[in-house]
Design a protein around this ligand. Structure first.
Ligand code: NAP
Length: 484
């Protein structure tokens, strides 16, 4: 396959929070990979900004360390590392103060694309937006990138949107949900909308149900204090799982343009039905083999926040009438696995008889660990002995078909940052989408808070609380196994 890397135009990217965890783990390694691939040229500059005092060279040393820690050795060509570091600069700045802004105004070139990545606590977003204007740094072509969490409920998300809107137009605001930057997620759109095969079957008539699973093996770790204030619903469902659900459930957009895609996603969110309490199972991991429980991890012995949630969700429209979407996410589960499974209905008439068993076509879209798409097809088991049926995978993992280049699936952050520079908002959440998502989420959370409901304990290394199994078993369905 011929490489199709198209270099982006010259840009200055300022990373507020350039010394923080996200910058070190994702943003800087992602930029380096794009530089090494030739997509980001010598015309680009990356300007770290935070309160700490660093010269350009000191910051370059921080960036070098980050690359050595988070980029594989095979990718770390010393010449390319040096080339990348030449593009790196640093400005000491306090989002809440006055120091550093004049220097930043002088540093940022006005004649190239300007993007400002807000990789700091959301409480600083408003101050940053305001100061960028106050100091004449922002102009009509400036782009800002904001990280999750975007609010913790509808009211705070509205307030945040309003603050950003005071200084920036919606076309300048890039709200990141890194799940949308995953190769497979975009491939899901290609599979749905570039093939005639699936779309006619993509509805309540042929789909029995859909499962979305985002399972992690890790606990809340060092994020305990933050996590305990949000729980799995706010941390994962309101954004990542909701976005995946939208891409599965949405109508075909008229074109692959930012607003056409986002309009269709918004319609799905608005069509979500309220979720009754018996369609929700929340859980909290227990202690095991000397490892702390959730409550130990968050240092809150009475915490009622969930580290696991499973829900039965309905999209109330013609396409999906009565088709359940089962979604679940949790920490300290059996394996790290993110997967969407579209489970089709049984063939209408079983001509092969009882002995052949029941077989269903299942389209699985794996987001991690091994990105890929797989369709389970039922065929005759080879050999003598009559008609025995067996399910075989029709594997649409790209590497075999597209060659080694396709194996090098890009990290979501790389793609999304390049999209910011290209000015393409398709894979970013629009303000009204985020608000609609909170409008659906808020009453669900209020419901369990008002009832004072405690999450069910579950053993680490399992698939979550037993009750989550019952959510499907009640009507004869089963979760797919969580496995690597
Ligand atoms: P972090 O490690 O705590 O880093 C925060 C950064 O902000 C540091 O560089 C800090 O540097 C800078 N900072 C703090 N106060 C500042 C101020 N007043 N003015 C200027 N800079 C200031 O946080 P993080 O984990 O990188 O997270 C950053 C954002 O990304 C947060 O909104 C978080 O929710 C979001 N996020 C993070 C992850 C992740 O994996 N880490 C994932 C998704 C979303 P100084 O102390 O030198 O100022």
């Amino acid at each position: 396959m011929v490489s199709r890397v198209i270099p982006v135009d010259a840009f200055d990217l300022v990373i507020f929070g350039g010394t923080g965890d996200l910058a070190r783990r994702k943003i800087l390694p992602g930029l380096f990979r794009r530089f090494a691939a030739g997509q980001m040229t010598d015309d680009a500059r990356v300007i770290g900004a935070s309160r700490s005092e660093h010269s350009d060279d000191e910051y370059r040393a921080i960036v070098r360390d980050a690359l050595e820690e988070f980029v594989t050795k095979a990718e770390l060509d010393p010449q390319q590392v040096d080339g990348f570091l030449n593009l790196v600069h640093f400005v000491t700045i306090d989002a809440m103060g006055t120091g550093g802004w004049k220097k930043l105004a002088k540093t940022v070139r006005k004649d190239v694309i300007n993007a400002f990545y807000f990789s700091v606590a959301p409480s600083l977003f408003g101050a940053l937006a305001e100061r960028l204007h106050e100091h004449g740094i922002a102009h009509e072509n400036t782009r800002i990138v904001v990280e999750k969490p975007f609010g913790r409920d509808l009211e705070s998300a509205r307030a945040l949107n309003a603050t950003l809107a005071e200084h920036f137009d919606e076309t300048q605001i890039y709200r990141i949900d890194h799940y949308l930057g995953k190769e497979t997620v975009q491939n899901l759109m290609a599979v749905r909308f570039a093939n005639v095969l699936f779309e006619p079957l993509w509805n309540a008539q042929y789909v029995d149900h859909i499962q979305i699973t985002v399972a992690e093996t890790v606990g809340v770790g060092g994020r305990g204090t933050y996590y305990d204030k949000s729980g799995a619903m706010r941390d994962m469902v309101q954004n990542h799982l909701m976005q995946l659900l939208c891409l599965i459930a949405m109508e075909p957009p008229s074109r692959f343009s930012p607003d056409s895609v986002r309009d269709e996603k918004l319609k799905v969110i608005r069509a979500l039905e309220p979720v009754p309490s018996h369609h929700i199972v929340r859980g909290q991991y227990e202690a095991k083999s000397g490892e702390p429980s959730y409550r130990d991890d968050v240092e809150n012995p009475r915490s009622l926040s969930e580290s696991f949630i499973a829900m039965r969700v309905h999209v109330s429209n013609w396409r999906w009438a009565d088709t359940p979407f089962f979604i679940r996410t949790g920490k300290k589960l059996k394996a790290r696995q993110s997967e969407i499974a579209v489970v089709f209905k049984d063939a209408p008439h079983a001509i092969f008889g009882q002995k052949a068993g029941t077989h269903r076509n299942i389209l699985t879209i794996r987001l991690q660990p091994n990105e890929g798409i797989n369709l389970g097809v039922t065929i005759k088991e080879p050999g003598p002995g009559g008609m025995r049926l067996v399910d075989v995978p029709l594997d649409m993992t790209f590497a075999d078909a597209l060659g080694p280049e396709a194996e090098e699936v890009r990290d979501a952050y790389e793609r999304l940052i390049m999209d910011v520079i290209r000015g393409n908002q398709t894979l970013f959440m629009r303000g009204d989408e985020v608000e609609a998502a909170w409008a659906w989420t808020d009453p669900i959370i209020e419901g369990w808070e008002q009832r004072g409901e405690a999450p069910k304990p579950y053993e680490p290394g399992t698939s979550g609380p037993e009750d989550a199994q019952m959510l499907l078993m009640r009507d004869g369905r089963k979760w797919r196994e969580i496995k690597e």
